[in-house]
Design a protein around this ligand. Structure first.
Ligand SMILES: Cc1ncc(COP(=O)(O)O)c(C=O)c1O
Length: 469
C-alpha cells in the first residue's frame, strides 16, 4: 500500500469510528508529516484524496476539516428495540437470488467479488493435481470436524491474531452460512430470542425464520449503539446475538476495538452467546486485520464463523466455525445434515493455504478491491443526484446508497429488474415494515461505460420520481 493510502486509511477509520468528529480540524500538513515521518507532499495528496472521498473539506488558509457525518451520527434511542415474532424472508431472498442468475446486468447485485479478481491459477492447479493424482482420501476427512491440516492452518491464523486456538476448536463447514446455521442450531430452540443489528445480512433473517426464533433488532446503522445493545440484553431474555462487526454486509463499516471489547464484556455480564459473522475479515484495506469480538472473549461466549468463499470464490465454498466447547455438538448436527464437506476440496485448500501464495493472493485482492471501490465511489458520486448519500468505508466491496426521502428502494429494485438490472434493496436486510430507502451495490468490478449508463439511468429515475413526489 502507498504511504498516502496508509494515511487515507488511518484517517478514514478515525472518522468512521467517530474518533474524529464532524468539523474537527485535521493536523496541519507539516505536523502530520512530522508525526508519521512521511513527506508533506504525501500528506497533502492523502488529504486531497480524503476530500475527493467526501470525508474531509478544505477551508481556504485554515486547513482540512472532517466533513459532516450526519448519517453516521450515533443513534441514542434506546427504545428502538423491535420484536418480530414471525420472520418470513426466505421467499424474498429466493426471488432475488434467482434474479442474479437470470438477468443480464446482475453483477451490481451479486454478493461475491468479481471472479476475475478472485481467480487464482495456482489454486486451480492444486485442485486439478489433487483430482488427477491423489488415489484416495483419508476417510476421516469425510467426517466432521474435517481435514486436520486445514484446521491447523485456520487455528494458526487465529493464534497469530492473539486468539490462542487449537485445531480441535475448529469445525470445517460448507461455507460460512453452514457454520452460522449449525451454530444457531446448537444454541437455540424454537421460540428463543435472537438479537440482530437492525440492518443485517439476510442470512440472519432466513435462519431466524428457519429455527422459529423471535427477533429483536437494535439500531446499529453505522456503528454499534452500545446503549441500545445493553438495553435489549436487559429487557429481553435473549439467548443469542448475531453480529457482524468487520466490513459489515451491506453497509460496510468496521466497529472499533473499544466497542468490541465492551460487547464481549456485556455478553459475559448478561450470559448471552454471540454468533460472530466475520466472513469479510480478510478484506480490510488498512495495515492490520481487524480483531473480532472473539479476541476479547474470556469465557467462551463467542462462536466465530468465517469462510474462504469471499477470498477464493464461490467455487471454494468452505467455511468454519471456531466452536470451542460446542465443537462436539456442532459435529453431531453435521452428522445429521451435510455429514462432511467435500474432502477433495479440503485437501486442495489445505495444500494451497500452506504456501506463501495464499497470503500473496490476499494482498493482491485487497489492493485491487480498494482501487475498484474508490473508482466506483467517485464515479457514482459524480452521476447520482446530490440528494443521494453514498456510504463509503475502507474495506470490502459494497457501497450502501441512501435514496432521497420519498423514494422507495424496493420500487427502484423492481423497476430496474424490468430493464435487466439487479441491485440489492434494503428490504432484504431489514424488517419489511422499515422504511426502505437504501440499496447495496457490488463495486468489485472494473468501472466501465456499461456501469456509467446504468447509473445515468438510475439517476434519471430518481430525478423523475423526486419531481413527482
Ligand atoms: C455477511 C455474510 N455472511 C455469510 C455469508 C455466507 O458465506 P458463504 O458463501 O461462505 O456461505 C455471506 C455470503 O454472502 C455474507 O455476505
Amino acid at each position: 500500500m502507498l504511504k498516502s493510502e496508509q494515511v487515507v486509511h488511518n484517517i478514514a477509520v478515525l472518522i468512521e469510528n467517530g474518533t474524529l468528529q464532524s468539523h474537527t480540524k485535521l493536523p496541519s500538513l507539516r505536523a502530520y508529516a512530522q508525526q508519521t515521518g512521511f513527506s508533506v507532499v504525501t500528506i497533502f495528496s492523502a488529504y486531497q484524496r480524503l476530500e475527493a472521498l467526501g470525508l474531509v473539506y478544505a477551508k481556504e488558509k485554515s486547513g482540512f476539516f472532517v466533513a459532516a457525518q450526519a448519517s453516521m451520527a450515533k443513534q441514542t434511542d434506546v427504545q428502538a428495540v423491535e420484536v418480530t415474532s414471525k420472520v418470513q424472508v426466505n421467499s424474498r431472498v429466493f426471488q432475488y437470488l434467482k434474479a442474479l442468475t437470470q438477468y443480464t446486468h446482475a453483477s451490481l447485485g451479486s454478493a461475491f467479488p468479481d471472479p476475475d479478481v478472485l481467480g487464482n491459477s495456482r489454486l486451480m492447479n492444486t485442485i486439478a493435481r489433487n483430482a488427477k493424482y491423489r488415489k484416495s482420501y483419508y476417510s476421516g476427512d469425510a467426517m466432521p470436524p474435517g481435514n486436520a491440516t486445514l484446521r491447523q492452518f485456520i487455528a494458526h491464523k487465529y493464534t497469530l491474531q492473539g486468539i490462542p486456538t487449537q485445531a480441535d476448536d475448529i469445525v470445517i463447514t460448507s461455507g460460512a452460512l453452514d457454520a452460522l446455521n449449525l451454530s444457531l442450531q446448537v444454541l437455540t430452540t424454537p421460540g428463543d430470542y435472537i438479537l440482530l443489528q437492525s440492518t443485517v445480512f439476510y442470512g440472519a433473517w432466513q435462519l431466524a425464520e428457519k429455527f422459529g426464533l423471535k427477533v429483536i433488532t437494535f439500531p446499529s446503522d453505522h456503528e454499534i449503539n452500545l446503549d441500545a445493545f445493553e438495553a435489549a440484553l436487559k429487557k429481553y431474555p435473549i439467548k443469542v446475538c448475531w453480529l457482524m462487526l468487520n466490513s459489515h454486509n451491506p453497509i460496510g463499516f468496521t466497529v472499533s476495538q473499544t466497542v468490541k471489547a465492551k460487547i464481549a464484556q456485556l455478553l459475559a455480564t448478561y450470559q448471552v452467546y454471540l454468533v460472530e459473522d466475520d466472513v469479510y475479515q480478510e478484506l480490510y484495506f488498512g495495515l492490520e486485520k481487524p480483531l473480532p469480538v472473539q479476541y476479547y472473549d474470556q469465557d467462551q461466549w463467542v462462536l466465530h464463523c468465517s469462510s474462504f468463499s469471499k477470498v477464493l470464490g464461490a467455487g471454494a465454498r468452505i467455511g468454519w466455525v471456531r466452536a470451542g466447547q460446542f465443537s462436539d455438538k456442532i459435529q453431531h448436527q453435521q452428522l445429521m445434515s451435510s455429514l462432511s464437506v467435500n474432502p477433495m476440496l479440503q485437501y486442495a485448500l489445505a495444500e494451497f493455504t500452506a504456501t506463501l501464495h495464499y497470503e500473496k493472493h490476499l494482498r493482491q485482492i485487497r489492493s485491487q478491491l480498494a482501487k475498484r471501490k474508490q473508482s466506483f465511489y467517485q464515479n457514482i458520486k459524480a452521476i447520482l443526484p446530490e440528494s443521494c448519500h453514498i456510504f463509503y468505508y475502507s474495506s470490502g466491496y459494497f457501497l450502501w446508497i441512501e435514496l432521497p426521502k420519498h423514494i422507495d428502494s424496493t420500487a427502484l429494485y423492481e423497476t430496474l429488474l424490468m430493464h435487466d438490472i439487479v441491485i440489492t434493496p434494503s428490504i432484504l436486510f431489514q424488517k419489511h415494515t422499515a422504511k426502505q430507502s437504501h440499496f447495496r451495490v457490488n463495486c468489485s468490478y472494473e468501472w466501465n461505460d456499461r456501469y456509467s449508463q446504468i447509473f445515468e439511468f438510475i439517476s434519471k429515475i430518481i430525478k423523475e420520481w423526486n419531481s413527482v413526489s
